[in-house]
Design a protein around this ligand. Structure first.
Ligand code: SF4
Length: 272
């Protein structure tokens, strides 16, 4: 084995062990303590990918307020709500910090639109996944390239697909520490925190949009529906993840029960 390959394995093993250690430590810390620990212990770059949803806004607040060396990056798909762009600007103005953005590759986006049209995602799950692949998954890969740590706003109670996540996992597909500092927080706890601390949040939350993604793929939810019911609502529930979050075996988090839906293989192997 070459020296660089051996060093890479050694680094991977170290990050895998660190993930286990951090997962145990997170249980005794508050979210800011968790972020501080990540900033101290994860070697190299740590990236927080924000969708500007309410939980991500809380994390952005904690990172910016404590001036932690964690990069805050968003994926601008080009199809976000005007309210989301307004919130993005408001957040930068309030904290005096830039939220970096990654965009789809122009050639890939043009090829996608040539192939399926501007709203092709409504017609078949494969077309929707192709759109998410070009607009989200590939840019995410560039956002995380070279980083050792990845912070997300995933919570246990966002959807049944996310119940089996951990505080901190080793992302085998990407070879990095993946941390979910708000994993055990409820939406109501986050709502109270953001209100009490003056954290800017998307005005669409008050109009029934609890989980906010791209405008054409998000609707307000009805009373009694789960939080993410408004995302890709026209699809079968088991298909509704965007491919950004995969488990230890490289599957989308919705497949953690070992029962991926038929026809998913292309989606699950979208290269990052
Ligand atoms: S959420 Fe909809 S518009 Fe956004 S990338 Fe996915 S399919 Fe495309």
């Amino acid at each position: 084995m070459s020296a660089p390959a051996a060093a890479a394995i050694e680094g991977t093993d170290a990050l895998r062990a660190l993930s286990l250690e951090l997962d145990a430590a997170f249980a005794t810390l508050d979210p800011e303590g968790r972020l501080r620990l990540l900033a101290e212990r994860v070697p190299g770059r740590t990236v927080f990918t924000t969708s500007l949803g309410i939980e991500d806004q809380m994390l952005t607040h904690l990172v910016f307020r404590a001036k932690l060396p964690i990069e805050v990056v968003t994926l601008d798909t080009g199809r976000l709500f005007p309210e989301t762009y307004a919130l993005w600007q408001r957040t930068e103005e309030q904290y005096g910090r830039r939220i970096k953005a990654k965009y789809p590759q122009a050639d890939a986006l043009e090829a996608l639109i040539d192939d399926q049209g501007i709203n092709g995602f409504y017609f078949a799950p494969e077309m929707r996944k192709a759109c998410c692949g070009v607009r989200k998954v590939e840019p995410l890969g560039r956002a995380l390239a070279g980083a050792s740590g990845w912070v997300t706003g995933l919570r246990r109670d966002q959807s049944p697909n996310r119940e089996k996540l951990d505080f901190v996992e080793f992302d085998e597909a990407r070879g990095m520490v993946k941390a979910n500092p708000l994993f055990d927080w409820t939406r109501e706890e986050i709502r109270v925190f953001t209100a009490e601390n003056g954290v800017p949040v998307n005005e669409l939350h008050d109009k029934g949009f609890l989980s906010i993604g791209c405008a054409p793929c998000t609707r307000a939810i009805r009373p009694g529906e789960v939080e993410r019911a408004g995302r890709w609502w026209w699809e079968e529930e088991t298909l509704r993840e965007c491919g950004l979050h995969m488990d230890a075996s490289g599957r989308s988090v919705r497949a953690r029960d070992g029962k991926p839906a038929p026809g998913d293989s292309a989606f699950e192997t979208i290269p990052s």
